[in-house]
Design a protein around this ligand. Structure first.
Ligand code: FAD
Ligand code: NAD
Length: 542
């Protein structure tokens, strides 16, 4: 017994020491991991807060080589990605965009209902440009004309002038009441990058432009929010059973692409989770209808996910009308043609609405059409600028284009625009390298013929081997409402994952947090989600 006791007392401290070492190490590793993460996040926050010391713009480099002017149009996915990947010390970079911020569009459908606040998904252009190695000039203006022959650009700045209460000259202040003051000027460029995106398409369908709301910009989200609360409060005044009350509470979303599906899902969440709690007398009558011309929604997704989305819509009472093509919109009704999937016969139906959201894809902006009309090689470009495999606009030698303003074999997505921006960033670096070599060759006073030949060969080789743009599709993700999402993911060449549900929804959230432009955006979006889960969404008009 004593032996046993003895053994047990001698072996026990050994066990404890093994365990305690493990425990100590675990604690150390955890502490290090926490410290490391805090340090990393702290550094990111610091780096995000402080502008960089930038190299100033100059007309010529120290070598005597002229520094070229690179004008970038737009501050969206393509242009911002280009800026972040460009060595801005190599060019005099000028950014022209009417929007002085970047908008994280994937979370825009969450904004009208207040799941995410608009300020959480925008990032000032200057917080990007001020952190780059070389000075970048930002001009808040819209490009209205491009002259590809003279390398000239016309830009216009519009400012709304409000009537002042200065009391100096009341008659003149009255005359300037909300008038728009426009300043037009011109800019020369050596290289131009067009990243102006696209505008919502209406296909010229009568009544769409006048009666619908779109979801493309921050202002669209605000308009949808106001209109939504308008129709809810207006219907509340009318008695139950009134036809106008029913119409006002009918929300129609036209277009079953990802924008339409996501916004329909978000609206239904808002009705079920918030309006029903706070305005139950009206909320139970609010009806969301999604109208799609084709037999299915989310056509770029796997068929399984399309069926899953249909099922989720059915469960959450979103009325899905497929094979229904809108032909006309009046101030109170959507007029659509319904095609029977069985015999192909058609009939015209009227869908009354209080709020109509139009999400049927993209159309070229006027500036894109202006440019295509001036270039012979672009005469067949109906849906966007035609570019070669290096994103050079066909028919030009110094205009590049990226993102939604182009028409390529790739879908008009943020993913494509972002990767094109990365590509152009490195392309401009190579162009500069070639130009520097050519400059040395042309101005070679102290070089012998062997050195000149070596430089010429290097330049020729670089020109010949300029890489082409290769798109790496990583998959598609979409939120479909009721805390469910669908994902068609691609990992390398070997794996495709098709998934839908609540776990996918958590993945969707983490993916979008990861993709946000800044730590500030990531933090704010997380706070918004937390706020909604704690307190619900706000039901006020603003
Ligand atoms: P944009 O990002 O639209 O940027 C265009 C820029 O050009 C803007 O800054 C604009 O102000 C500026 N501009 C406009 N006119 C002029 C002018 N005349 N002169 C100078 N500047 C001008 N894609 C995804 O991959 N995943 C998603 O989850 C996703 N969700 C989306 C959700 C919504 C609601 C929407 C509308 C789109 C979504 N997309 C998504 C698509 C994605 O937003 C676009 O493909 C992407 O924005 C294209 O980038 P871009 O740089 O070409 O254009
Ligand atoms: P879309 O082009 O993807 O879909 C538009 C839909 O509207 C189509 O299904 C079309 O059949 C339908 N339509 C067109 N005319 C109609 C009519 N008269 N009546 C009824 N239906 C009609 O447009 P979108 O959803 O705005 O997306 C635009 C681009 O942005 C796409 O490339 C999309 O992939 C991308 N996007 C991606 C995401 C995401 O990945 N989560 C989200 C939003 C947008």
């Amino acid at each position: 017994m004593s032996n046993i006791r003895f053994n047990s007392t001698t072996s026990s401290p050994k066990k404890v020491s093994g365990f305690s070492t493990l425990w100590k190490n675990t604690k150390r590793i955890t502490a290090l991991a926490i410290l490391g993460s805090v340090g990393f996040v702290g550094y990111k926050i610091y780096a995000d807060k402080e502008p960089a010391n930038q190299i100033k713009q100059v007309p010529v480099f120290e070598t005597g080589q002229r520094k070229k002017t690179l004008v970038i149009l737009g501050s969206g996915w393509g242009s911002i990605s280009l800026l972040k990947n460009l060595d801005t010390a190599l060019y005099n970079v000028v950014v022209v965009s009417p929007r002085n911020y970047f908008l994280f569009t994937p979370l825009l459908p969450s904004c009208p209902t207040g799941t995410v606040e608009l300020r959480s998904i925008i990032e000032p252009v200057r917080s990007v440009t001020r952190r780059l190695p070389g000075e970048v000039i930002y001009l808040e203006a819209e490009a209205t004309k491009i002259d590809p022959v003279n390398n000239k650009l016309t830009i216009k700045q519009s400012t709304t002038v409000h009537s002042g209460h200065s009391g100096k000259d009341t008659s003149s202040s009255k005359s300037t009441l909300n008038s728009v003051e426009e300043i037009t000027t011109s800019l020369n460029y050596d290289y131009l990058v067009v990243g102006v995106g696209a505008q919502p398409s209406t296909f010229g369908i009568p009544g769409v432009a006048e009666n619908s709301l779109f979801l493309k910009e921050v202002s669209d989200s605000i308009k949808i929010r106001k209109k939504l609360m308008d129709v809810v409060e207006a219907a509340n005044i009318l008695p139950k059973g009134d036809a106008d009350r029913k119409r006002l509470l009918s929300i129609v979303v036209c277009g079953g692409g990802p924008t339409g599906v996501e916004v329909a899902g978000e609206l239904q969440d808002y009705i079920d989770q918030d309006l029903k709690k706070w305005i139950p007398e009206v909320a139970s009558e609010v009806k969301v209808t999604l109208v799609e011309a084709l037999p299915n929604v989310l056509n770029m997704f796997n068929k399984k996910l399309v069926d899953y989305t249909k099922q989720v819509f059915q469960d959450t009472n979103i009325d899905l009308k497929t094979n229904t093509m809108v032909k006309q919109v009046t101030d109170k009704n959507v007029i659509a043609q319904v095609k029977s999937p069985k015999d192909g016969s058609t009939e015209i139906v009227e869908i009354p609405y209080g709020l109509l959201i139009w999400a049927t894809g993209n159309a070229p902006r006027p500036i894109t059409r202006d440019l295509t009309s001036k270039i012979e090689e672009q005469k067949n470009a109906r849906r966007g600028l035609l570019v070669n495999d290096k994103l050079l606009v066909d028919g030009t030698d110094n205009i590049f284009a990226l993102g939604d303003c182009t028409f390529t074999k790739f879908a008009p997505t943020a993913q494509v625009a972002f990767q094109e921006g990365i590509f152009l960033g490195s392309h401009f670096k190579k162009l500069h390298e070639i130009e520097s070599l050519d400059f040395q060759v042309k101005n070679a006073k102290d070089l012998d013929s062997v050195q000149i030949e070596r430089l010429s060969k290097k330049s020729a080789k670089l020109k010949e081997k300029l890489p082409i743009f290769k798109y790496n599709h990583q998959g598609s993700l979409a939120y479909i409402g009721s805390e469910r999402a669908v994902a068609d993911l691609v990992w390398g060449d070997w794996s495709n994952v098709t998934t839908g549900g609540t776990i996918t929804y958590l993945f969707w959230r983490s993916a979008y947090i990861y993709m946000c432009l800044s730590v500030r955006n990531q933090f704010l979006v997380c706070l918004d989600w937390m706020k909604v889960s704690l307190f619900g969404r706000d039901i006020s008009r603003e």
